[in-house]
Design a protein around this ligand. Structure first.
Ligand code: CMC
Length: 378
C-alpha cells in the first residue's frame, strides 16, 4: 500500500457522504443537492433537520410530526437541569454544554444503541435539548432563572424565548432560523470528524457528541465567532479599523472570521449573514459594528484575498447574534445548537456502513535500539 502523508489530513477523503456538497473554489454549498441560498430563502430549520436526517425534503405532515417531536423533547430531565445549576456559572459555556450533554446520556436508555431507529430518535432528542441547554446556560450566566420551553413555538423562536423570556418578533426569529440553517452542516470539519472517529468505535452517542463539542470549542473552529465580536468591540470605531487590522497582520496574527480550509473564495454563508447583519444594524439604528466589519473585511481582502483568504461563516454570525441581543460567549454553543443536526446526520449515515477510523503515523523517532538499565543511563 502506498502511504501518503497529509498534515491536518488536508485533501484526504475520509468517508463518502450524500449530505453536503462544497465547491471551495466557486463558493458553492448545498445540503442534499439544494443550494444553501435557496434553503436560507425558503426553508425552516425544522425542514433542514428533516432534509439532513432523511436526505430528502419532508411532506407537510412529516414536517408537522417532526416539529411536534422536537417540541416534546425540549424539557430537560430534572437532574440535568439541577446539575447545571451547581456547575460554576462563569465556566466556559462550551465546557458546560459538553458536561451537560455527557450527563444527558445517563438518562437515555438508548444511549448505547447504534441501530438506525435509535440514532434517529437520539437525533431529535439531542437537537431539541442542545437548544434548551444552551438557553439555560445563557440564563444562568446572567444569574437569571431558567425558562421552561414553550410547547408550540418554532425551534428558533422557542430558543430566543427560553433565552430572553419574551416571544421574539417575527423578523428576529426568522434571522435566527436562517443562522441555524446556514450552520447545520458543513461536510467534514474537525467537530464532525471527531464525532465520527468516536462513533466508529460503536461507543455511545453522547460520547461522540461530547467529542464534537470539544472540537467545536476551539478558536480555529467554532470558537472564532466569539473572538470576531470581541475584536470588533475592541476596535470600537470605524476610524480605527484599518490601522488595527494592518498592525495585527504586520505582527503575523490571524484575523478571526477569515480563511477556511475548503473555501478559497467568499464563504456563501457569510454572504447571506452579511445581508442580515446589515438589515439588523439598520433596524436597531446601531450601524457602528457593521461599519467596522466592512472596513475589516476590505482591509483583510486587500491584504490576503490574493492568497484565498476571505470572510468565513464566523465573521458575520457573531454580529447577527450580537444585534439580536445575544452575548458573544453564547455564540459557539449556538453553533452547536445548529450543527448537532449535521453531526447526527453524519453519524446515522456513517454508522449504517461503519468502519473503525484508525489511520497511521509516519514514524520519525529513533531507530530500533535496546532497553538501557537505569544505572547505565547517562
Ligand atoms: N488571518 C491571517 N492569516 C491567515 C488566516 C487568517 N484568518 N487564515 C490563514 N492564514 C494564513 C496562515 O497564517 C498561513 O500563512 P503561511 O503559509 O504564511 O504560514 C496560511 O494562511 C495557511 O494557513 P493554515 O492555517 O495552514 O490553513 P488552514 O487551511 O489550516 O486554515 C483556518 C484554516 C480556518 C484554521 C485558518 O484560516 C484560520 O486560522 N482562520 C482564523 C480562525 C477562523 O476564522 N476559524 C473559523 C473557520 S470557519 C468556521 C468553522 O469551521 O468553525
Amino acid at each position: 500500500m502506498t502511504e501518503k502523508f497529509s498534515r491536518g489530513l488536508e485533501g484526504v477523503i475520509a468517508a463518502e457522504s450524500a449530505l453536503t456538497y462544497i465547491d471551495g473554489q466557486k463558493g458553492i454549498l448545498a445540503y442534499v443537492g439544494i443550494p444553501i441560498e435557496e434553503l436560507a430563502e425558503h426553508a425552516t430549520f425544522e425542514e433542514t433537520v428533516f432534509l439532513l436526517l432523511h436526505q430528502r425534503l419532508p411532506t407537510r405532515s412529516e414536517l408537522q410530526k417532526l416539529s411536534e417531536e422536537l417540541a416534546d423533547q425540549r424539557p430537560l430531565p430534572a437532574p440535568v437541569a439541577a446539575i447545571l445549576k451547581v456547575l460554576p456559572r462563569q465556566a466556559s459555556p462550551m465546557s458546560l454544554l459538553r458536561t451537560a450533554i455527557s450527563v444527558l446520556g445517563h438518562f437515555d436508555p438508548q444511549a448505547d444503541d447504534t441501530s438506525p431507529q435509535a440514532l434517529q430518535a437520539k437525533a431529535i432528542k439531542l437537537i431539541a435539548q442542545m437548544a434548551t441547554l444552551t438557553a439555560a446556560i445563557g440564563r444562568l450566566r446572567q444569574n437569571q432563572e431558567t425558562i421552561p420551553p414553550h410547547p408550540t413555538l418554532s425551534h428558533s423562536a422557542n430558543f430566543l424565548y427560553m433565552l430572553t423570556g419574551k416571544e421574539p418578533a417575527d423578523f428576529a426569529a426568522r434571522v435566527f432560523d436562517v443562522a441555524l440553517i446556514l450552520q447545520a452542516d458543513h461536510e467534514f470539519p474537525a467537530s464532525t470528524f471527531a464525532s465520527l472517529v468516536v462513533a466508529s468505535t460503536l461507543t455511545d452517542t453522547y460520547s461522540a457528541i461530547s467529542a464534537a463539542l470539544g472540537a467545536l470549542k476551539g478558536p480555529l473552529h467554532g470558537g472564532a465567532s466569539e473572538q470576531v465580536v470581541q475584536m470588533i468591540l475592541e476596535i470600537g470605531e470605524p476610524a480605527k479599523a484599518e490601522q488595527y487590522i494592518k498592525e495585527k497582520l504586520a505582527r503575523h496574527e490571524r484575523i478571526m472570521g477569515f480563511g477556511h480550509r475548503v473555501y478559497k473564495t467568499y464563504d456563501p454563508r457569510a454572504r447571506i449573514l452579511k445581508k442580515y447583519s446589515q438589515k439588523l444594524a439598520e433596524q436597531t439604528k446601531d450601524t457602528r459594528l457593521f461599519e467596522i466589519e466592512q472596513i475589516v473585511e476590505k482591509t483583510v481582502i486587500d491584504a490576503l484575498g490574493s492568497r484565498g483568504i476571505f470572510p468565513n461563516v464566523d465573521f458575520y454570525s457573531g454580529t447577527v447574534c450580537y444585534y439580536l441581543g445575544i452575548e458573544p460567549a453564547l455564540l459557539t454553543p449556538i453553533f452547536a445548537v445548529s450543527r448537532i443536526a449535521g453531526w447526527m446526520a453524519h453519524m446515522i449515515e456513517y454508522v449504517a456502513d461503519n468502519r473503525l477510523f484508525r489511520p497511521t503515523t509516519r514514524y520519525v523517532g529513533p531507530p530500533l535500539g535496546h532497553y538501557i538499565p537505569i544505572d547505565k543511563r547517562a
